[in-house]
Write a protein that binds this ligand. Structure first.
Ligand SMILES: NC(=O)c1ccc[n+]([C@@H]2O[C@H](COP(=O)([O-])OP(=O)(O)OC[C@H]3O[C@@H](n4cnc5c(N)ncnc54)[C@H](OP(=O)(O)O)[C@@H]3O)[C@@H](O)[C@H]2O)c1
Length: 243
């Protein structure tokens, strides 16, 4: 039977590539995007490649959109096999330095509304459909910037880069990954966090070494894990990362 997947923030960057690579595996992919014009444009490009992709309006910070998507999936398919929580924002002023003393609460709230609360709300709303899958996979696209281990390691290349709002939101997302994997440990569902690497996108910048196509690979591998695969992990390209 054809698997059904949903990717958030599928209109560009790593999300767009994730939609594409999942659809290339003959999976039916719902391309979530908050902007209708961008979402439909992305859908058109991928359908032009004969891929089974359908745009769905989804701003993950909008509870009404989340409820609509959950009921659409329930009525149209009755099941969701793969959820890739990819959508996120970077609202700190800069990647470099440590802004923890001056970052505004508004920036923190706006970042958490999307990167954390939106992702949690959407995942909770879709869990009933994911529980009906024979092989439910939840992939949280996190960041090494959310890792305590990395931020405590003076030798790590990211040590000097401490944008607080973005990093803390990804730390919270990592904890969600651990707790959800634990809650679902007796089911077939696997929940894992992926670090895409440093990727050429609006969040990652033109200077990044990886293309979006390459950056999508870790999430794709976790979305396609077989029944023996792990749950509750944080990794990049198969290499386990410190929480
Ligand atoms: N690029 C990197 O180096 C890097 C490294 C580590 C982790 N990541 C993670 O990779 C993921 C993808 O980011 P990217 O690098 O591909 O950046 P990107 O090109 O800026 O893509 C971000 C996507 O998220 C969407 N989005 C933002 N807020 C949303 C909301 N409220 N509802 C729905 N969609 C929303 C954006 O939509 P709009 O087009 O409407 O803004 C866009 O489609 C993110 O989780 C990011 O944290 C990236």
């Amino acid at each position: 039977m054809t698997k059904i997947a949903l990717v958030t923030g599928g209109n560009k960057g790593i999300g767009f590539e994730t939609v594409k690579q999942l659809a290339q595996q003959n999976i039916k992919v719902l391309l979530g995007a908050r902007n209708e014009t961008d979402g439909k444009k992305a859908e058109e490009v991928l359908r032009g490649l004969s891929l089974d992709v359908t745009y769905i309006k989804l701003d993950i910070s909008n509870s009404e959109d989340i409820a609509n998507v959950a009921s659409y999936i329930e009525s149209e398919y009755g099941v969701l096999d793969i959820l890739v929580n990819n959508a996120a924002v970077f609202l700190d002023d800069a990647w470099f330095g440590n802004n923890v003393e001056i970052v505004t609460l508004q920036t923190l709230r706006d970042t958490f509304d999307i990167n954390y609360f939106g992702t949690v709300e959407l995942t909770q709303a879709l869990l009933p459909a994911i529980k009906k899958s024979e092989c439910g996979r939840i992939v949280n696209i996190s960041s090494v910037s959310g890792s305590f281990g990395v931020h405590l390691d003076e030798a790590h290349w990211l040590y000097a880069l401490k944008p607080y709002a973005y990093s803390a939101s990804k730390t919270a997302l990592n904890q969600f990954t651990v707790f959800l994997a634990h809650a679902l440990r007796e089911t077939k569902i696997k929940v894992n966090a992926a670090n895409p690497g440093w990727v050429q996108t609006s969040i990652g910048s033109d200077q990044a070494p990886l293309t979006a196509e390459e950056g999508a690979k870790t999430g794709i591998a976790l979305a396609l894990l077989d029944e023996n695969g792990p749950s509750g992990t944080f990794s990049q390209s198969g290499e386990v990362l410190p929480w």
